[in-house]
Ligand binder design. Sequence first.
Ligand code: PHE
Length: 370
Amino acid sequence: MTDISQLESDLAARVDAAADVAALEAVRVAALGKSGQVSELLKSLGAMSPDQRRAQGPLINGLRDRLTARIAQRRAALDAAALDAELAAGRLDLSLPASTRRRGAVHPTMQVMDEMIAIFAEMGFAMAEGPDIEDDFHNFTALNFPPKHPAREMHDTFFLQADANGDRKVLRTHTSPVQVRVMQKTNQPPPAPWIASGQTPPIRVIVPGRTYRSDSDATHTPMFHQVEGLVIDRDIHMGHLKWTLDTFIARFFETSSVETRFRPHHFPFTEPSAEMDVRCDRSGGETKIGQGTDWMEILGCGMVHPNVLRNCGLDPDEWQGFAFGFGVDRLGSLKYGMPDLRDMFAADTRWLAHYGFSAYQTPNPATGLS
Ligand code: PHE
């Protein structure tokens, strides 16, 4: 019969001698594993007579318990030693300079959007949003585009695949459809919480958002950003529009000396209509404002067409208004001197690091610009 106390002192010596966790585990398996020495002893109890079992049982079980405790103790000692070694080896020198981390930057377009929102918020405008994927009604029909108007054609517009009824949705070509969503009298709840639903005049909203047209050169990108503005009230005239835009421009460029000009233009949804240009110099691979002989178009505007008011359920004899649509990326390129709009969306991190803004500097509607 196995000499239990001899076995115990052998195993105890091996546990104490285990130099690392792997060695300790090997001893544990050899003793307490499925066919370990102690496990085999436990199994042998089954074949013993009751008297033998009564004598041997406590001895063998005692051996197992003491051994298990000893292994746990050794394990704790080894773990503590390993941690001590790691701490000793990994000493930190707090006087060393920190390694530089790449820091993200706020994209100039987002910065400019925030600046615009802050300025218009100061001027009493609320904000509205609409979906990027629009239906023909909101993007064109309600805005008084005649059925065969060239802007509906493939040339400008990204069409989505037609549905079973033959209706084609579009990637909105401008933020003006949100004018309709804001003005439209409807008992329907908006399809999503962030989509503006009908409001009763007086209305003063701006609509920042992405817009899409099939166009690409130094001053056009297929995806670009607009900020739409809409004011509806009684006795609103072109003078209010011009004051609003001039005031905005002076605040945005932080000087009253920026030269702008209004050019007569045509939009189906405004009458009369105009475009506004800013004088700049685009020679020499940089865009400089306040000098030069170039003009950059930055917005379209006009008095809301009576048909649009009617399409939205407002009586043009009672309500008038003006609207404008800024090209945000262009405005940013003028203020911050980027020569080619396409670079804005090339996702070149060197460009972003150069032109980007600190996240700590973004303006917001509560604090205003500064
Ligand atoms: N939606 C026009 C465009 O994208 C701009 C505009 C907005 C013109 C509002 C007039 C009134 O070109």
